[in-house]
Design a protein around this ligand. Structure first.
Ligand code: SF4
Length: 66
């Protein structure tokens, strides 16, 4: 399975890739680089609404907390 085509542009990954590196890496491995990308709530949101969700939304639909 190839990586999610949105990986380079994904707001969540871009915004939190450094400050929350460990968590983001875990999500990227679990969702963006696997078949589970089809279950990604961020992806689903974009498909439904035509615009990406806020950067704080996680692939599992939860919200990142500071
Ligand atoms: S978080 Fe979702 S939309 Fe963003 S790159 Fe990963 S699988 Fe794609």
């Amino acid at each position: 399975m190839s990586d999610c085509h949105n990986l380079e542009k994904c707001g969540f990954v871009k915004k939190y890739g450094e400050s929350k590196a460990l968590a983001v890496k875990g999500f990227v491995a679990m969702y963006c680089m696997s078949e589970k990308q089809e279950e990604c709530k961020r992806k689903e949101y974009k498909q439904k609404n035509g615009v990406p969700p806020i950067d704080e939304m996680l692939p599992n639909g939860g919200m990142i907390k500071d």
